[in-house]
Design a protein around this ligand. Structure first.
Ligand code: KG4
Ligand code: ZN
Length: 395
């Protein structure tokens, strides 16, 4: 089954086409036929964070080009033999109506549809939430327009389910992957720029929320602390780089730089990271920091976040008898957090799965994979009923 994934929930615009077969828990195999991604990080870094309307504009500008590249990689960019404008006048009018507020996108897409034969795709999977609503809407309307033009059914995907499932992937050959012998219950630690949550899955596509952040998400805390240190956006990789250098150099944290481990002993599985940022702000107190101080703060901050994440995850895995741990979301790229979770879980009967670093942050492969399980069950939606849900929850 061929699934086209579309992701526009935040500041990555991504399109991916996979050919998938099989099922979880036994074996699912798939091949990436085409995969294109454009990160807006440099655009947003000028402002120190993601601006929803700027993100939306950039998605609209890049989606058609990414789709064109994806189809070309898949060998599906065949010229149309008929000379009719779209598949039908009705479809053409419908697309114009769907993309009424995106004239640039409408023009680019119309041009692509005019010259390209209908590709051999079984379903379109698009992120419907959570995320920035203006950004989500562009992806949704793009999916609706493609569905109308090519008469392909659509499934709406929860972005966090994508982060959850992609961590289970094992690479087989170039561009070929599998998900095999998955043991339930699966505990998911999802740590991204917008979310920090512990999710339990006792069977495929069923999720229970055990806990979540009460304020800032882990990635958000990384980004805000990075900003206080004068580092660029996104802050996670920058903090990680400084902290790793400090560890390698065996630099001691100045004794006055001791951060709290928020909620580490709290009985719930909730998190809270905004206090860490406040403590760093108080410590910095408007001063210009030298490189040594920046590294020391980065080291202490990253260690504090890891301490809390590892302790709560270990306890949840114990209590719920988890047989698999998946770690997903942008912060799962963090090498220190990976190392600490791997060490802790090596002593438990619970293998840990991390996404390949290139699939830790937002991408459309994860949307295509999550979409596959819905499409396989014919869980299609009326494309015109799709809605962007900024606060969509998993579990
Ligand atoms: O999942 P993601 O790409 O987007 C959201 O859905 O939010 O996550 C982005 C977040 C950003 O906050 C970024 O700073 C963080 O992931 N991040 C990291 C690392 N790489 C990305 N945080 C810590 N260490 C990293 N190496
Ligand atoms: Zn994400």
């Amino acid at each position: 089954m061929r699934i086209l994934g579309i992701e526009t929930s935040c500041d990555e615009t991504a399109v991916c086409l996979i050919d998938a077969e099989g099922a979880i828990p036994d074996a699912m195999h798939f091949r990436i036929l085409g995969n294109s991604l454009h990160s807006q990080a440099t655009t947003h870094s000028l402002y120190g964070g993601v601006f929803p309307n700027l993100a939306k504009r950039e998605h609209a500008r890049n989606l058609t080009l990414l789709l064109t590249n994806t189809l070309e990689q898949a060998g599906m960019s065949r010229p149309r033999l008929d000379i009719a404008r779209h598949s039908s006048k009705a479809a053409s009018e419908k697309i114009e109506c769907i993309l009424e507020r995106e004239p640039g996108l409408f023009e680019q897409l119309s041009e692509l549809l005019e010259r390209t034969a209908v590709p051999d795709i079984d379903a379109i999977a698009v992120t419907v939430g959570p995320g920035l609503e203006p950004a989500l809407w562009v992806g949704i309307n793009f999916a609706r327009a493609l569905s109308a033009a090519w008469n392909i059914p659509v499934v709406g995907v929860n972005h966090m389910e994508g982060h959850f499932l992609i961590s289970l992937l094992r690479s087989e050959r170039d561009e070929e992957f599998s998900i095999c012998n998955v043991k339930f219950p699966i505990l998911g630690l999802l740590i991204s720029g917008g979310h920090t949550e512990l999710i339990l899955s006792r069977e495929l596509r069923k999720y229970e929320r055990l806990g979540e952040t009460r304020d800032d998400a882990a990635g958000e805390a990384f980004d805000k602390v990075a900003r206080l240190l004068g580092l660029s956006y996104p802050g996670g990789p920058e903090i990680s780089r400084l902290a790793e250098a400090a560890r390698a150099g065996d630099e001691a944290t100045p004794h006055h730089m001791q951060l709290p481990r928020p909620m580490i002993s709290d009985a719930s599985y909730d998190f809270s990271f905004s206090g860490l940022k406040t403590a760093v702000r108080r410590f910095v107190n408007g001063r210009v920091l030298n490189e040594y101080e920046k590294s020391a703060i980065a080291l202490e901050f990253e260690t504090a976040v890891a301490d809390v994440l590892v302790e709560k995850t270990r306890r949840a895995a114990d209590e719920y008898g988890a047989k698999t741990l998946v770690v997903g979301g942008g912060v799962s790229a963090n090498v220190h957090i990976r190392r600490r979770l791997t060490e802790t879980f090596s002593e438990m009967d619970c293998p840990v799965f991390f996404p390949a670093p290139e699939y830790a942050t937002d991408n459309a492969l994860m949307i295509a994979i999550a979409g596959y399980f819905q499409a396989k069950k014919m869980d299609f939606v009326n494309p015109d009923m799709l809605k962007a849900s900024g606060n969509l929850r998993l579990g």
